[in-house]
Design a protein around this ligand. Sequence first.
Ligand code: TXA
Ligand code: MG
Length: 321
Amino acid sequence: MLHSELPEDLETAAELLKQGKLVAVPTETVYGLAADACNKSAVNNIFAAKGRPSDHPLIVHLHASSALHDWAQDIPAEAFALADAFWPGPLTLLLKKADHVDSVVTGGLDTIGLRVPAHPVLLKLLASHQLAVAAPSANPYKQLSPTSAQQVMETMAGKLDAVLDGGDCEFGLESTIVSLVDGTIQVLRAGPISSDQLEKVLGQKVQSPLQHQVKVSGNVAAHYQPKTSLRCVSATQLDELLTGTKLKLAVLSFSNLSFNAQPYWHTTMPTNAQDYGRVLYKQLYQADQSGAELILLELPPAGYEWAAVQNRLQRAAYQED
Ligand code: TXA
Ligand code: MG
């Protein structure tokens, strides 16, 4: 474990990356499993470490929007407008890739995902070493994304060369992904930046994230999954299940319920969407570790500010028939 407040540890992290090693790094969204984006074999190792199919593209993290031209071409004006408004920050732009970018980074696609992360430690590391890192979330494929260095250590032990501890992630949910290729603007993954915020900057409607054909691993029906089964239920269903089952239950309630039967493990979730997003993966991870046999989550409300949370919950609870 490397500590971001120690200058020598930050140097070590940069050196490891330059040597083609894998380093988990903090971002403002979730921890990323980073490799030098210019080093093909290092990037290849990311797929092996995560157990992720090699045709699932990675996001490249840049130190500033001035580096956009090194990675993308035919960049529309709207991309610069969004970069100016939201970078550094939790927004990924999909653009046409520059010709020299190796297709190992883009999963064979001719588009590339780019973002400037807002975590000061990562930003400093990238800027002071002129590095760009390819980094998916630092979790085994399909499992919960980590929001703390500890969680990375526990779930990815032995699969990476170092973890740079930068504290708990500010947002706790992955970046919003916006595609700006082929003249259309589409949100491919809901995230901390809402469609509403994007539309205000662009002065036009953006297409919603619900239906699209692009290969995005966050778009696989079963994703962000705890190991223990998760069911998302209403308050009434929660009450019925609590009294009606003999299973050890972990409960993430939304309202302050008074239980007829005491759950095996319980937490009350925040009622504000942003606070909820920040702790969701962490609490699901705790519930998973608790030894419960089933996780019950009382659904938060619908509404646009809950879009990113609702999207993750749907995938986290998805069961193949
Ligand atoms: O907040 C985040 O975005 C975090 C942090 C570490 O930056 N990263 C992250 O990466 O969530 P990952 O790989 O777990 O999810 C990135 C998503 C994937 O679903 C991937 O398929 C999609 O972005 N993606 C990346 N490049 C793409 C492309 N060219 N076309 C379509 N989807 C792309
Ligand atoms: Mg991921």
